[in-house]
Design a protein around this ligand. Structure first.
Ligand code: ZN
Ligand code: ZN
Length: 690
């Protein structure tokens, strides 16, 4: 036996030992309840980061524990094509090579991103293995696998047939830089200071922060309860610069207290105005196009960027004497979550999902306890979201993703929706000339179906046996994006919740508690750390010291400290193995005491793991092994070694089992060293201490 534990000599060998033993693949047994976790599929566009390492650790601890307890345990791995994210990363790469997406046709671009993702995916899978993930690779899936895509198409068709999908002209949150619309969830709100311009509209004065959009105005609205405007309703206001007359209307959505209490109505560029416009049967005009430039305006502004047009329009209004006053205003604007630039509310035809019926059934599942959150605070947040979600815009104007199975008739302009097949004729008029929608699905539309899509696609009988899954474990930051959508789509499609429990984990922060980011230069690379200190040390440090649901502070010192623990364990085992196999003799008081402590620890660790309190379980084990076993008991056996040997072996064996879910590599390496003392099988397949 080596004098010290050198993890790099063991980890890869041990992983392949597990893999070859078939331990990752569960054997379904009708008489036993399975334990199932569907892995949150990492994006196939980058290396795993420290946040991934935290989920890998938490989920692997759970599956190793339940596997040892004898449950047929499935941890199903996968990868996400991550539509916009991947295209964004890829376009950055193109840019660094002096190219852009506009240099390629759709098919070429798609093929290039496919190759990029495929090589990243393989890399990412090797990283999962390096961290010890004991997932079932025979069931590995990708969100663009044909079987998954078929499921996604079927769901879309079903939603459409049930009247839950519609094509709507809506104000969408459009990012002119990303070239796509985003859902409400992908828009960040930030406060900023702008000018509020008071403009002369003839009969009244309006206040606006966006004078460049006056050409898209179709009305001025006042609150019906606003006495000062009572007599003006039904009359006209006059647009400055262009002199067009627009009606003055009354609507209770208008805030009397804002500006002058008279609101210019611009349905083409504002969500509230769009709503008011719909109510009053007003048309919508767009004056900013998808590249963020002016259009449908007086010629001199056409082609200007909206920001530049604002300055030009203000100067012209000033010259025409139409600006009554200007005051600074602090207000909240939407910015793109990717590039932090301004989101342009824009009119666009897109596919939407009616969210209310779906959200209502998800809400019911939470209220009735069919889905339980292990931390109460997240249940509250989930309920709040489910009550406030708006219709979900699922079209994205990018090529990287699952193309929407909708074809438009060139004759009657009707849409024909299929479950993926190319339709021969228009379902409405029979015309044979159809064009497929160029848009792709929002990536969350496919990953939102992940639990049932994977189990339906993987192996025969999987869906019946493993669905609904046991626990959904993921970061709390994607609760609304992912967890709620899985609940909504899962219940809608299968009639059952996709998972019974939701375990959300906190972020990994640096030792000062700051968010980890490349720009701050405080990145902790989990693979680099695993190479340096061993995967076990990285894993322990990612559950140590704080509840799963809370953010965790991590430093290299923490990881080094856990490496020392792995070494301590190695030394304990070396001591135990240095003596021939023990014979059964009567235990003395010291032996009894350590066995008592061991049993107490085993009970406690088991209870804690059942409650998902991984940190307390890890800490209890550390204390027992380091203090009770090594410092106290082991020292006392040195004078009566032969008698104590049996107890030493027993306590070591049980300690290795208990610690295995947390530190799988070093415990398995030691188990293999002591195999003839412990019995033949691998530790990964050993039974959990009773
Ligand atoms: Zn953007
Ligand atoms: Zn037609």
């Amino acid at each position: 036996m080596d004098t010290a534990y050198n993890h790099s000599d063991y980890e890869a060998k041990i992983y392949s030992l597990w893999e070859k033993s078939g331990a990752f693949t569960p054997r379904p047994d009708k008489n036993k309840a399975p334990f199932t976790i569907i892995m949150p599929p990492p994006n196939a566009n980058d290396n795993l980061h420290i946040g991934h390492a935290r989920f890998v650790t938490i989920e692997d601890v759970l599956v190793r524990y339940w596997r040892m307890k004898g449950s047929p345990t499935l941890w199903l791995p996968g990868a996400d094509h991550a539509g916009i994210e991947t295209q964004f990363v890829f376009e950055k790469k193109l840019k660094s090579e002096g190219k852009s997406r506009f240099d390629y046709d759709r098919d070429t671009l798609y093929k290039m991103i496919w190759d990029f993702s495929t090589s990243n995916k393989a890399n990412m899978e090797n990283q999962l293995k390096a961290l010890g993930a004991s997932c079932d690779w025979s069931r590995n899936l990708f969100t663009l696998d044909p079987k998954i895509v078929e499921t996604v198409y079927r769901t879309f068709k079903k939603l459409y047939d049930d009247g839950l999908v519609y094509r709507g002209e809506r104000i969408v949150n459009y990012c002119p830089r990303c070239g796509t619309a985003f859902s409400q969830l992908e828009v960040d709100s930030v406060e900023r200071e702008d000018n509020l311009y008071y403009l002369d509209y003839g009969a009244l004065t309006i206040a606006t922060t966006r004078p460049e959009t006056i050409f898209a105005d179709v009305a001025v609205a006042v609150n019906p309860k606003d006495a000062k405007y009572e007599k003006l309703v039904g009359k006209n206001a006059k647009l400055p610069l262009v002199g067009r007359d627009i009606p003055i209307i009354a609507d209770s959505l208008v805030d009397k207290e804002f500006g002058t209490g008279a609101l210019k109505i611009t349905p083409g560029h504002d969500a509230l105005d769009f709503e008011i416009g719909q109510k009053h049967g007003l048309s919508a005009i767009s004056v900013i196009d998808s590249s963020g430039k002016m259009t449908n305006t007086p010629q001199k502004y056409v082609g200007m960027k909206a920001q530049d047009a604002r300055a030009a329009v203000v100067a012209d209004l000033q010259a025409a004497g139409k600006i009554k006053r200007v005051e600074p205003i602090k207000h909240v604007v939407g910015v793109c979550y990717r590039d932090k630039g301004l989101i342009e509310p824009m009119l666009s035809k897109q596919w939407f999902i009616k969210i209310k019926p779906l959200a209502d059934s998800a809400l019911k599942a939470v209220s009735s306890g069919s889905v339980k959150f292990t931390a109460g605070k997240f249940e509250k947040i989930a309920k709040h979201w489910l009550k406030n979600l708006r219709d979900w815009n699922i079209s994205r104007q990018i090529v990287w993703g699952i193309r929407i199975p909708a074809w438009r008739c060139e004759k009657c302009m009707e849409w024909t929706i299929t479950a993926g097949d190319i339709p021969e004729t228009c379902h409405s008029c029979g015309n044979a000339k159809l064009t497929q929608d160029a848009d792709t699905f929002d990536t969350w539309f496919s990953s939102g179906q992940w639990p049932y899509a994977t189990l339906q696609a993987s192996q025969k009988g999987d869906f019946d046996y493993f669905y609904p899954t046991t626990v959904m474990e993921t970061g709390y930051d994607i609760l609304p994006f992912w967890v709620l959508r899985m609940m909504m789509l899962g219940i809608y499609t299968t009639g059952e919740v996709p998972f019974k429990k939701v375990l959300l984990h906190g972020l990994v922060r640096d030792k000062e508690g700051q968010k980890i980011s490349k720009s701050k230069g405080n990145v902790i690379d989990p693979l680099e750390m695993a190479e340096k200190y061993g995967a076990d040390a990285v894993r322990m440090s990612l559950v140590w010291g704080t509840l799963i649901e809370n953010d965790i502070s991590l430093s290299e010192d923490n990881i080094r400290g856990q490496r020392n623990f792995a070494n301590k364990l190695w030394n304990i085992a070396r001591f135990v193995f240095s003596h021939p196999k023990g014979k059964r003799v009567k235990r003395n008081a010291d032996d009894e005491e350590v066995v008592k402590q061991l049993r107490k620890t085993a009970r406690r660790v088991t209870a804690l793991l059942d409650k998902y309190r991984l940190n307390e379980a890890a800490e209890a084990l550390y204390d027992f092994i380091w203090h009770n076993f090594a410092d106290s008991y082991l020292e006392k056996t040195k004078t009566r070694r032969a008698e104590a040997q049996k107890t030493l072996e027993f306590v070591l064996q049980e300690s290795l089992k208990l610690l295995h879910p947390f530190m799988p590599f070093v415990t398995e390496a030691l188990w293999q060293e002591g195999k003839d003392r412990f019995g033949a099988s691998n530790l990964i397949s050993a039974s959990w201490p009773k």
